[in-house]
Design a protein around this ligand. Structure first.
Ligand code: SF4
Length: 302
């Protein structure tokens, strides 16, 4: 079975947020103070997250990315991942993490069946890292990355949100990191999520990032494989509170909880199909004059 949206795109990738909590507080993801956290009862149980995943896989999802907030801060995550990895028909289980808990948990994640890690790392300089994350300790993340390598994970993907005047001076450092270690670094354009009116000042467009790298190193474009990174493939998101969204920036989403409460999993699968059909053609958040509703990235799984 395949999930096809009205634009004829095959949706085979589910981003599943298991918590809105995080042990960091990145400036572009959460406001400094006053983040309203989901209450315990608002967060879907692991059993419900598994039901959604199972029906999504039965409907055609082949890859699941587990996200947060920071997914490793949720209690019981390893057992949940083990169950997720056992879903019949799931070809790829990957996880996005900030790496802070990897030193302790990397082997457990590997043993649970997680196939690959995406690690968010916006700076290789301790002070800049602490500034962006509002207090994070870079050395813990670097130790975590090493631990994950030792646990047998394939080369990590490192996600870097590039911000003008904050860490854009490190673009080449990250490129050079890929020459020393077997990592794939992905530069991400800064997006307006926290109601940040000045986001254009911080944004370094992808074309400019490429130009800056090309001044130093020869770069060549390679094609994405069918299930590779989100830059070109099409995905569905489910938040920790059970809201399914076709697009990160769409204000609306469909609350899956009423369907979960019916206990009817066939209905759940139908609902997933309906959400995919209604998926917008593209997001318009960076369009001139576009209105954006501020939201914490941690709430929607990045
Ligand atoms: S960007 Fe990731 S690591 Fe940073 S606060 Fe948000 S969820 Fe946490």
């Amino acid at each position: 079975m395949a999930l096809i949206d009205t634009y004829g795109r095959r949706i085979n990738y589910l981003r599943l947020s298991v918590t809105d909590r995080c042990n960091l507080r990145c400036s572009y993801c959460m406001p400094e103070e006053g983040v309203e956290k989901l209450s315990h009862s608002q967060v879907l149980s692991y059993a419900d997250l598994l039901r959604i995943s199972a029906e999504a896989v039965a409907a055609g999802i082949e890859k699941i990315r587990v996200t947060g907030g920071e997914p490793l801060v949720r209690k019981g995550i390893l057992t949940f991942l083990e169950r997720l990895a056992a879903l019949q028909g799931l070809k790829e289980l990957v996880l996005t993490t900030n790496g802070l808990l990897l030193k302790e948990m990397a082997q457990g994640l590997r043993d649970a069946g997680v196939q690959r890690l995406n690690i968010s790392l916006d700076s290789l300089k301790p002070e800049t890292f602490a500034r962006i994350t509002r207090g994070g300790e870079l050395s813990r993340v670097l130790d975590g990355i090493d631990a994950a390598e030792a646990a047998g994970f394939p080369p990590h993907k490192i996600n870097v949100v590039v911000m003008q005047g904050v860490n854009d001076d490190e673009i080449i450092d990250f490129v050079e990191l890929t020459m020393k270690r077997p990592y794939a670094v992905r530069f991400i354009e800064y997006m307006p999520t926290c109601g940040d009116a000045d986001w254009r000042d911080l944004c370094v467009p992808g074309a400019e990032i490429r130009e800056r790298i090309a001044k130093r190193y020869a770069i060549e474009e390679i094609r994405n494989s069918e299930r590779s990174g989100p830059s070109k493939n099409f995905k569905l998101r489910v938040t920790a509170s059970g809201i399914a969204k076709g697009c990160l920036f769409s204000g609306e989403g469909v609350d899956l909880r009423p369907v979960l409460e019916t206990g009817d999993d066939a209905l759940l699968r139908q609902e997933i199909g309906r959400i995919v059909e209604a998926k917008p053609g593209r997001h318009k958040v960076t369009d001139e004059g576009a209105e954006t509703t501020p939201f914490a990235m941690s709430r929607v799984g990045g």
